[in-house]
Design a protein around this ligand. Structure first.
Ligand code: GLU
Length: 485
């Protein structure tokens, strides 16, 4: 029987979900689902100084909004809990002591001052392994005395440690390059370096999926597995995530490149499904296909580790916009309305038919928030630039438009059913009668009611949105402006 695939997402609760972390969650999730395995959520909060209130909720909410459902986790429990590291403190203590007994770790009683004295002016310098050589009696005396201690990993002094990464291949490190890192801190909490190894083993994680910043520390982790005699998991380190700098270079994706948290992107009007689809491509691509739009369900079927590349991916905000506009177009009308009507109602005067307006905007925005940017000409009358009436294709000028507007105004006033179809029929009828191109009439009316050149929707659609009184009033004003020019 083939091995069960169990992956985990193990975020530290920092208060926001960086896009890079969400990508880790997504890939980890997809590897589990593609392998018909399980996906586990674990909260890594052993760095008590960095705790942020409410941060766990941000993680839970993000996973919910993106549809990354997990099989075990802090809020739903499971057979391998607890799933919050701070609740597992005694477990780590037990295993740290086991390593000491086996000779793979040791107590270190060095004081802050002593450790500081080992560093140069820039704070650089490693631990000199002073306590590694304490005799059994010395250690016992310290412990008896109640001296504070940390437990450090005893890294072999010679040789090389190698592990296999599914993306980056074999990674080797000379043991003499590695520090005797702290496993258990003086406050009794484990370091990340120790806790995650213990948890990944106890939670039967078979694929460790995370960012490539852990690529070079993983030799230390595999030494821990080996020391315990545990089977190493598969490692899947994900390529770096970069942002584009104004000078064309790239650097690690950060706030100076733009929004980098999931929540910020959502607040800017990006849809969770579009974000997920886009970030799936930040380091992965499907085999033999140039399909770009994938639902999460489709990704679950096609995702595979061998589609993950080594080279850094650059976060492209324009590409995300494109994905988002595609997802917005796919939204059912009612859903688009539910997401945009509150915004439109907030900015539009009462006479505006916001539902109709939403209909016009649906296929024309890249982000939900853009609806607000696009309706300035609806919410107020912009200053008029008469040259807008001049249009080559329709052969219109301010004068010819002035005549058209004057002609159609009484007809519009007499119209009983103010809707797009009737308005269209009326203007078209007038054009035929007057022997002019329908395009010219539409142009004149559209400029008169919108007072700008580019609009979401044509003349009659805009009149329907603005309603009878406002439309007529705008046309009257336009007639006057042209006459007075
Ligand atoms: N808590 C670590 C982080 O948020 C997890 C790294 C890992 O997945 O092992 O970066």
């Amino acid at each position: 029987m083939s091995e069960v695939v169990r992956t985990r997402f193990a975020p530290s609760p920092t208060g926001f979900m960086h896009i890079g972390n969400l990508r880790t969650a997504l890939y980890s999730y997809l590897i589990a689902r593609a392998g018909h395995g399980q996906f586990i959520l674990r909260i890594e909060d052993t760095d008590q100084e960095r705790l942020v209130p409410g941060a766990v909720d941000v993680i839970l909410k993000t996973l919910k909004m993106t549809g990354l459902d997990y099989d075990e986790g802090p809020d739903i429990g499971g057979p391998n809990g607890p799933y919050i590291q701070s609740e597992r403190k005694p477990i780590y203590q037990k295993y740290a002591k086991e390593l000491v007994d086996k000779g793979y770790a040791y107590y270190c009683f060095c004081s802050e001052e002593r450790l500081k004295s080992l560093h140069d002016a820039n704070g650089i310098g490693g631990y000199d392994r002073h306590c590694r050589w304490l005799s059994k009696e010395e250690v016992e005396a310290h412990l008896k005395n109640g001296d504070p201690y940390v437990i450090r990993q005893k890294i072999p002094l010679e040789g090389t440690t190698t592990y296999h990464d599914e993306v980056f291949g074999d990674i080797s490190m000379e043991n003499k390059e590695m520090q005797d890192q702290i496993l258990l801190k003086a406050d009794g909490f484990p370091t990340y370096n120790f806790a995650h190894v213990i948890d990944d083993h106890l939670m039967n994680i078979t694929y460790v999926v995370r960012g490539s910043e852990y690529l070079t520390s993983t030799p230390k982790y595999v030494l821990l597995y080996d020391a315990f005699g545990w089977e190493r998991p598969h490692y899947v380190h994900l390529p770096l995530l970069m942002g584009q700098n104004p000078d064309g270079t790239t650097s690690k994706l950060s706030k100076r490149h733009g929004a980098v948290s999931f929540q910020d992107l959502v607040n800017m009007g990006y849809l969770p499904d579009a974000i997920v689809n886009y970030i799936a491509f930040l380091g992965w691509s499907p085999k033999d296909s140039d399909q770009e739009i994938f639902s999460l369900d489709e990704l679950k079927k096609v995702f595979s580790i061998d589609g993950i590349g080594k080279s850094a991916s650059v976060f492209d905000y324009e590409k995300l916009k494109w994905f988002n506009s595609e997802y917005i177009k796919k939204l059912p009308e009612e859903e688009f309305e539910a997401k945009t009507l509150p915004m439109l109602k907030e900015v539009c005067p009462d006479y505006v038919d916001v539902k109709k307006l939403a209909g016009l905007l649906h296929s024309r925005v890249d982000t939900l928030n853009e609806v607000k940017d696009k309706v300035g000409f609806i919410t107020e009358r912009l200053p008029m630039d008469l040259s807008l009436y001049t249009n080559k294709k329709n052969k219109t000028t301010p004068e010819s438009c002035g005549k058209i507007l004057k002609d159609v105004l009484p007809r519009l006033e007499a119209l009983t059913d103010w809707n797009n179809d009737s308005l269209f029929a009326l203007l078209k009828g007038y054009a035929t009668e007057a022997g002019i191109k329908a395009g010219a009439v539409m142009w004149a009316v559209r400029i008169a009611v919108a007072r700008q050149a580019v609009t979401p929707g044509g003349a009659t659609e805009l009149m329907e949105v603005l309603g009878r009184d406002e439309s007529l009033s705008r046309i009257e004003q336009a007639v006057k402006e042209i006459e007075e020019a």
